[in-house]
Design a protein around this ligand. Sequence first.
Ligand code: PXL
Length: 278
Amino acid sequence: MMEYPVRVMTIAGSAAGGSAGVQADLKTFEELDVYGMSIITAIVGRHPETNQNVHLQSTEAIEAQFATAIKQVGADGVKTGMLFSKEVIEVVASLIQEKEIKTIVVDPVMIGKMNSKLLKDDAIEALIHQLIPMATIITPNVPEASILLGDRELHTVEDLKQAAVDLHKLGAKNVLVKGGRLEGPAVDVLFDGTTLTAFTAPRIDTVNTSGAGCTYSAAITAYLTKGKTVAEAVGLAKGFVTTAIEYGFSYTDIVGPTYHAATRKFGEAHPIKIEIVT
Ligand code: PXL
């Protein structure tokens, strides 16, 4: 009998260009051989005349998608991306809680690469109090970690370590602070409540990193749901996203996508240095 893949759901925004959001998540899930489902919270696409960029879905539409996916398939793991409003966060938190989904990855998406505002200011408290405490892992980048810590400045790996320790107090079981936006090698710091682990990849000289954060957290979700430990999942996911960034490209003069298929097409994932730090 064929063994079915584990079932993973993304609750996030649709990024029309296919580089980020739900599209990046589903491409990543497929590459990593997990069964992907999507609950779309908002449709992101800028109207050329009105300039409207975020087309929020109703909480009813979000509940309907969730109910359908659970009834038709069920879920072993979930990741959240763009949630935009307090109301959406509240509904998503209660839906996840009701179904007792074991693996919960919260990517606290706030601002897109092209400066799209993906979380309202008045939604940050709801994220902190309602969703983050349920998370198996949260994956903030530097600007997101800074906002979650009340506008703390983060410049060095030492700052990332302290940020991971302090963010852990918000109640997530694990915190991964991603240092990709600092200078030098791309160092991310994981804190599980006891141990700090640093994951290092060389800096890749490219602008085509649209959706890299989504891809990374989707890969973490896939590996965790498949039964890897948190540190294993982060290391494997960082290898996957680093390879996708290495082969990133653009069809136009606009910042382009990472190449989700890169590990499969070009062989091994990029090696990642993993070390326990103090
Ligand atoms: O990369 C962050 C992101 C997440 N989700 C959606 C997006 C973006 C960036 O544009 O559009 C829907």
